[in-house]
Design a protein around this ligand. Structure first.
Ligand code: CP
Length: 313
């Protein structure tokens, strides 16, 4: 499935480069409608899903602030979701609370007109479509250098509360010989549930606070910011971020063919000077997100055969 989605994303990306290709894509799902229910702030995920829908000719509705929905009158979460499903064919949702998308999907399993639910980020728990676009970015980046198999992937920053790294760890069981290096302040180390999953699936990982020592061993460094929005008493301020940041000095220790990723938005953990380095992949990564989300929508609506017809022979 991951390989299929990466392949689909590439085919769509290439097709969209030409005017006739972009028009053919717009004709793929013109009768489908999406609800973008984003009650937690988002720039990339919202915009990339919105534009992914438009690329496929879909129409979108949105709620980005529960204060503008009938939730403010006391409507329950379940009733709100069921109402969305009366009007649209897919619900894409980002919430501050963990587990909400799963809750919505369970509700859909018990109503007469269910629609698919896509988790666009739930609490500090999961961000599955980010993990898909991260896989696509790793896959594309390693094209001339083998594949994801056998690579050493460093994940750095607030791993405890970072949902992107949590979701990405789960997908690593699909690759052979991958090793993970968690680089984090002790108080923001990767959570035990993810480590138990990695142990269960025999995915080796090490933990360190020594970025400089880890850098030369890595094929990819996935940097994350401090998730200050989850602080209850200014916990993030206690961290010396200079030990978990990438700048010119760190670039000299990183392999010449390694890549640097970041789900963005960034804080001080990546100096903007790094943007000029060819190993910086995060701007491409966020654009990959749009193509991967197009691929996800095509899969959900089983439109692959129609895509095939749209492609030049
Ligand atoms: N990577 C990511 O989820 O970014 P946004 O919060 O801007 O959507």
């Amino acid at each position: 499935m991951l390989d299929e989605l990466c392949d689909l994303a590439t085919r769509v990306r290439l097709l969209a480069k030409s005017e006739p290709g972009a028009r053919a894509l717009r004709d793929l799902l013109p009768t489908r409608r999406a609800m973008l229910y984003f009650t937690q702030p988002s720039t990339r995920t919202f915009l990339s899903f919105n534009n992914a829908c438009h690329i496929l000719g879909m129409r979108t509705s949105e709620i980005r602030d529960p204060a503008t929905s009938s939730e403010v009158k006391g409507e329950s979460f379940e009733d709100s979701i069921r109402t969305f499903s009366s009007y649209v064919d897919v619900i894409v949702m980002r919430t501050k609370e963990s587990g909400r998308a799963a809750q919505a999907a369970r509700l859909m399993n018990n109503i007469p007109r269910p629609v698919p639910v896509i988790n666009a980020g739930s609490g500090s728990d999961q961000h599955p479509t980010q993990a898909l676009l991260d896989i696509y970015t790793l896959d594309r980046s390693f094209e001339g250098n083998g594949s994801i198999d056998g690579k050493v992937i460093g994940m750095m920053g607030d791993l405890k509360r970072g949902r992107t790294v949590r979701s990405l760890c789960y997908l690593m069981r699909n690759y052979r010989g991958v090793r993970l290096v968690f680089i984090a302040p002790e108080q923001f180390a990767m959570e035990a549930d993810v480590k138990a999953y990695l142990d269960e699936h025999q995915i080796p990982y090490t933990e360190t606070t020594d970025l400089a020592g880890a850098l030369p061993t890595l094929d990819a460094l996935y940097v994350t910011r401090m998730q200050t929005e989850w602080d209850t008493a200014g916990e993030s301020r206690a961290v010396d971020l200079s030990r978990f940041s990438v700048g010119e000095r760190e670039l000299t220790r990183l392999k010449r063919d390694a890549i640097i990723m970041h789900p963005l938005p960034r804080g001080p953990e990546i100096d903007p000077v790094v943007d000029q380095d060819p190993r910086a992949m995060y701007w491409r990564q966020e654009r990959n997100g749009m193509w991967m989300r197009v691929a996800v929508l095509i899969k959900i609506f089983a439109a692959e055969s129609r895509l095939l017809e749209a492609e030049p022979r």
